[in-house]
Design a protein around this ligand. Structure first.
Ligand SMILES: [Zn+2]
Length: 297
């Protein structure tokens, strides 16, 4: 099951549902959690209000509770009382965290590996996106441990504020463009710490075809580890780098359990399997090594 497609197809109900319902006179909305599992855990996430329409409370409820409510509604009138203490607390400055190994031959060609440091306040954000941060750190750490000296600059970026509007990714790209930097490639891990199944590639129309053709010749080296290549989305935080015309890449781990934990109180470290996490880091390190060693043309 393509769980990310399912999420992408349904999440507008959470994002825009409150304003849509308010248009029809709703005083609040109960949102069925965006998950592929039947469980008792509410899954939170972004909701966006239409400025023109009255802003009403939006509360996510678990899939089991939503099913129960739906069944009851078929039989009788239901009265729900809501107690909500969530409120906007304003904005504060927070920072992305960046470290790098300078390239020995082509220091101006940056290869970025990254994830995002922030998470929703329920749970700990272990899969979303602690795993991506650890994956990215591990790429750099593995190179250091092996004594590998990259030709190109390998930069690890743990982006701030992915979840609430991508401020970290946008600001990173803005400063990078201002400095005239060039990201030859950027690889983001933001789909959990599960068994890696491959990578998906995107980029500016001018470069995607030749770059993708070039990386595809490495597929035989990675296929035996269960890794596949495809074109498609990469990562939200690296998206703003597209105009630099490098190759944007997303790690694609097995997605069947990702939305069991996504944006919940149970997205904690005990939900992450160490071996699966390590395999993701190994897959990323292998691809970054190939790009560093052979370039993209
Ligand atoms: Zn995320």
């Amino acid at each position: 099951i393509r769980t990310f497609s399912a999420y992408g197809g349904a999440v507008d109900q959470r994002v825009y549902g409150a304003s849509k319902a308010a248009e029809y006179g709703a005083v609040a909305v109960l949102v069925r959690s965006m998950t592929t599992r039947q469980d008792d855990v509410p899954h939170t996430g972004t909701s966006v209000y239409d400025e023109e329409i009255k802003q009403i409370p939006a509360i996510s409820i678990s899939t089991n509770d939503a099913n129960m409510l739906s069944d009851l509604l078929l039989k009788e009138q239901v009265i729900v009382s809501i107690q909500n203490n969530a409120q906007p607390m304003g904005e504060r400055t927070s920072h992305s965290v960046i470290g790098e190994i300078k390239g020995s031959e082509f220091p101006n060609e940056i290869i970025l590996v990254g994830g995002h440091l922030d998470s929703w306040d329920v749970g700990a954000g272990a899969h979303d996106d602690g795993a991506g941060c650890v994956h990215s750190l591990q790429v750099v750490r593995t190179m250091l441990k092996l004594g590998y000296k990259p030709k190109r600059t390998i930069r690890c970026v743990m982006f701030q504020n992915e979840e609430n509007g991508l401020a970290g990714g946008r600001e990173y790209a803005r400063i990078s463009n201002e400095k005239g930097e060039y990201h030859l490639a950027a690889l983001e891990s933001d789909s959990g710490g599960f068994v890696p199944r491959g990578f998906s590639f995107e980029g500016h129309a001018d470069v995607l075809k030749p770059f993708y053709k070039h990386v595809s010749q490495w597929l035989p080296l990675l296929e035996s580890y269960g890794l596949q290549f495809s074109t498609g989305g990469s990562g939200a935080d690296i998206g703003p780098l597209k105009s630099q015309k490098g190759l944007l890449i997303g790690l694609r781990p097995d997605s069947q359990r990702y939305f069991d934990y996504h944006h919940t109180d149970i997205d904690r470290i005990d939900a992450v399997n160490q071996r699966e996490l390590e395999l993701g880091a190994a897959a990323m390190t292998s691809l970054i090594y190939l790009i560093d060693k052979y370039g993209l043309q």
